[in-house]
Write a protein of this length. Structure first.
Length: 97
């Protein structure tokens, strides 16, 4: 399975796609991103479970929608308890240096 599990809120798909393009352009090609990695007809929950269980890194696109999503929190929590490396990409207006 993929080395990077990319967690994001579904309403942030466009931004997640932009980040995915950047990652691939910079040599990160082993990425699980649900809207690009799960084929039609696949069982979403099972595919997410498999990808989360086998990844090495959980990359979270932290936006207001991500913060309010129980599914995103669950992905974060599962990765944390599994000992995965957790990398937040904070995309919240007004946050930063």
């Amino acid at each position: 399975m993929s080395a990077i599990f990319f967690s994001h809120a579904s309403c942030d798909d466009a931004l997640a796609s932009e980040v995915e393009v950047w990652l691939r352009e910079h040599g990160f090609d082993d990425i699980f991103l649900d809207h690009s990695s799960i084929r039609s007809g696949d069982k979403w929950t099972e595919a997410l479970r498999r990808a989360g269980a086998s990844c090495r890194v959980v990359l979270s696109l932290v936006t207001p929608k991500w913060l309010s999503s129980s599914e995103c929190f669950g992905e974060f929590t599962a990765g944390w308890y599994a000992g995965r490396r957790m990398i937040p990409l904070t995309c919240i207006e007004g946050v930063g240096p």
